[in-house]
Design a protein around this ligand. Structure first.
Ligand SMILES: *[C@@H]1O[C@H](CO)[C@@H](O)[C@H](O)[C@H]1NC(C)=O
Ligand SMILES: [Ca+2]
Length: 223
């Protein structure tokens, strides 16, 4: 009995990257606990994160939340329902992208790049490159990062809020420790052969699920 428990604990700790090609995470209910959690110990002097999401929620919600011990919003992608804006936050500094056609009940592909040298952030929304904006420059994102889908961190790995959680489906998460070229992002958007993330790779993802999050086949159209 003890032996099996030990085995279970060991396998729980060990890194088991999983190939999620053709899959999606389903977040089926509003909770302040359900989430997918990943970690990284890299320093990011630049970063790109891409994901696809599908939802019908009509309130603020998180799409991607990365926290360090010093910055709870070290990289946060957040939908602000009041102002109808997609808001990338870098190191607790917010940028705002309005005028998006963020329709419910369809997949949206979103990529965000940031570079600490220029301090510029750029959001790509469904193949559309939006304007490059200054957000923060001069220092990298440093330290142990906790990356979460489904919940928004107000502290390192915690501080979740029911009213900011994500309900719906997410897929094709990739993250790079550099700013991807426009052409590479276009390839991601078109689901063509792009360079997978060197930090988070959907084809070899190391993650932990807490509470009710399902891994399901991504629906494809019938032929
Ligand atoms: C991503 O994962 C796939 C499948 O394991 C692997 O072939 C590929 O080399 C990985 N890419 C990167 C950049 O790590
Ligand atoms: Ca919050």
């Amino acid at each position: 009995m003890k032996f099996f428990l030990l085995l279970a604990m060991l396998s729980g700790c060990a890194a088991h990257p999983r190939d999620l090609s053709g899959k999606m995470f389903t977040f089926p209910q509003q909770t302040s606990t359900a989430r997918v959690q990943m970690t990284s110990t890299r320093d990011f002097s630049a970063v790109t994160v891409c994901h696809r999401s599908f939802t019908d929620i009509k309130r603020d919600h998180v799409l991607f939340s990365m926290a360090t011990t010093t910055n709870a919003n070290s990289l946060l992608i957040f939908w602000d329902e009041t102002n109808k804006e997609m808001e990338p936050h870098i190191k607790d500094k917010k940028s705002e992208y309005g005028g998006l056609d963020y329709k419910p009940n369809m997949w949206h592909s979103i990529c965000t790049t940031w570079d600490s040298t220029t301090g510029l952030v750029q959001l790509w929304f469904d193949s559309l490159p939006l304007i490059r904006k200054y957000v923060t420059s001069g220092s990298s994102i440093r330290g142990n990062t906790i990356i979460i889908l489904g919940q928004e961190q107000d502290s390192h790995g915690g501080g979740f809020n029911l009213k900011q959680c994500f309900v719906g489906m997410m897929s094709d998460l990739h993250m790079w420790d550099y700013a991807l070229s426009g052409c590479e992002i276009q390839k991601y958007m078109d689901d063509l052969n792009f360079t997978p993330g060197n930090v988070l790779n959907w084809s070899a993802l190391d993650f932990q699920i807490f509470d009710r999050v399902l891994i399901e086949d991504k629906q494809t159209s019938c032929t």
